[in-house]
Design a protein around this ligand. Structure first.
Ligand SMILES: Nc1ncnc2c1ncn2[C@@H]1O[C@H](COP(=O)(O)OP(=O)(O)OP(=O)(O)O)[C@@H](O)[C@H]1O
Length: 255
């Protein structure tokens, strides 16, 4: 029997950010909460137009790194560069203005707002209504399921549909770099598979993707390059193919 396609194929071509250079460099980053050191001398690069992944088990420090990039958990030392511009410690709204958007862990959204209202919030820094409408149209073309349900309260959508809202909202800001925190969390295997296809489509449209995940196998199937974080340290890095063969990757989870 044919598997039901729950999430339609992401139509990458209509976003058209191809050719924009957009990379992030993290240099010797240390971050901590009170006295607990979480990130220790982390250096990595998120490559322009690629999917770079950060793998690691619970508590490795993955979300903290995203929070540091967004200016929410300021690092104790080290630098964060976007296209060689130092954005370390700048305010979150300025990070967003640099073209960086985040799809947070757990698909956080406003359950009492409609799908359209949730999507519009992703463009809160855009004052041009015509541009907002154009991006809404693009999201609805990419996700026909959301178009059908545009007036439905987001909280009444299924988990997989909420994942689409969350990704769509991330795209509404017109980012050139998308940070995605554990998109597979709490989704059924079928939705995880479809969700990862969508992320590949986003990369193919020219948006740089930094994908933070625990799901090693499926992440390495779509990533170009990756890092493994364990106990706040980068313990392995390489192309996705190299990491698939690297025992340190699995030791970071089970060692
Ligand atoms: N606000 C906070 N205050 C104190 N400690 C925190 C805070 N947020 C996270 N931590 C701690 O920092 C460490 C790293 O947490 P982080 O959320 O970055 O890990 P993670 O790799 O994203 O894990 P998970 O995959 O479980 O989300 C953990 O030990 C966590 O308890």
């Amino acid at each position: 029997m044919r598997t039901l396609r729950l999430i339609p194929k992401f139509k990458a071509h209509i976003w058209g950010w191809i050719d924009t250079m957009s990379s992030i460099k993290i240099e010797n980053l240390f971050a901590a909460y009170d006295k607990a050191d979480v990130l220790m001398d982390v250096s990595l690069e998120v490559f322009s137009g690629k999917i770079t992944c950060l793998l690691g088990s619970n508590g490795a420090g993955k979300s903290t790194l995203i929070r540091s990039i967004l200016g929410l958990t300021p690092p104790r030392s080290g630098r964060i560069l976007v296209d060689n511009k130092d954005i370390t410690n700048i305010a979150t709204h300025k990070v967003v203005a640099e073209g960086i958007a985040c799809i947070p862990e757990g698909r956080k959204m406003f359950p009492k707002l409609t799908v359209t209202e949730n999507l519009r919030l992703g463009a809160f820094q855009v004052s041009n209504e015509a541009l907002i409408r154009e991006r809404l149209d693009k999201v609805f073309t990419s996700f026909p399921r959301l178009a059908e349900r545009r007036d439905q309260l987001a909280g009444t959508m299924s988990g997989g549909e909420q994942a689409m809202v969350s990704i769509g909202r991330g795209l509404m800001g017109g980012p050139r770099i998308l940070l995605i925190d554990e998109p597979s969390l709490g989704l059924s295997p079928l939705y995880v598979k479809e969700n990862f296809k969508i992320i590949e489509g986003i990369r193919n449209s020219g948006i740089t993707v930094f994908l933070v995940e625990q799901n090693v196998r499926q992440t390495l199937a779509i990533a170009d390059y990756g890092y493994v974080l364990s106990g706040g340290h980068v313990v392995a890095q390489g192309t996705a193919d190299e990491l698939k063969e690297n025992e340190d990757v699995y030791a970071a989870y089970f060692g």
